[in-house]
Design a protein. Structure first.
Length: 172
């Protein structure tokens, strides 16, 4: 978590849990990469937690690998709660802060209001089931495209080998 106006210093455990590295939205060099990873046959997608504060919008360019959109919502919810508590301890107000949770393709998945994290019981986000399915579909489509490319490459290799094989071997 960067220091400066609108941010709270968190202990090492909280910093590890949040894993947020933010840069200014005005940074022209900012490029985001959205890999989809596999861990023990579980499809993992990277989610980014962009932070709205009273001082502006902070982009998370690192993200966190999570199982699905529901896990990303819960991570943002609990993270917002922890940050709000730390800010209250330092006599600061975070009720107007929010996380924009963005998926591996840069699409907004959830908006998590810090006020919601502090004042209301945890509610299931109604869109999360659809978004989780869409994220999984995106990951599966990526895997399928990679497998098709491998099959095409193998087919091309077979054709090249057949082209250099002598005619007497081909007829047997």
């Amino acid at each position: 978590m960067p220091g400066g106006a609108g941010f709270v210093s968190l202990d090492v455990t909280a910093q590890r849990r949040h894993g947020i590295v933010a840069e200014s939205l005005s940074d022209p060099e900012l490029t985001l990469h959205f890999p989809v990873l596999r861990r023990d046959k579980q499809i993992m997608s990277r989610y980014f937690f962009h932070l709205w504060t009273r001082d502006g919008y902070e982009i998370d360019d690192t993200g966190i690998e999570l199982e699905d959109a529901e896990a990303a919502y819960l991570e943002a919810f609990y993270s917002a709660r922890e940050i709000s508590i730390e800010m209250l301890r330092s006599k600061r107000n975070a009720t107007r802060y929010r996380y924009d949770v963005v998926d591996c393709q840069g699409r907004l998945v959830h908006e998590v209001l810090f006020a919601e994290a502090m004042g209301q019981p945890l509610a299931k986000n109604p869109a999360s089931g659809f978004v989780a399915s869409a994220s999984r579909g995106c990951a599966l489509a990526s895997d399928l495209a990679r497998e098709i490319a491998t099959a095409r490459q193998n087919l091309q290799t077979c054709r090249e080998l057949l082209a250099v094989t002598p005619a007497s071997v081909k007829q047997s």
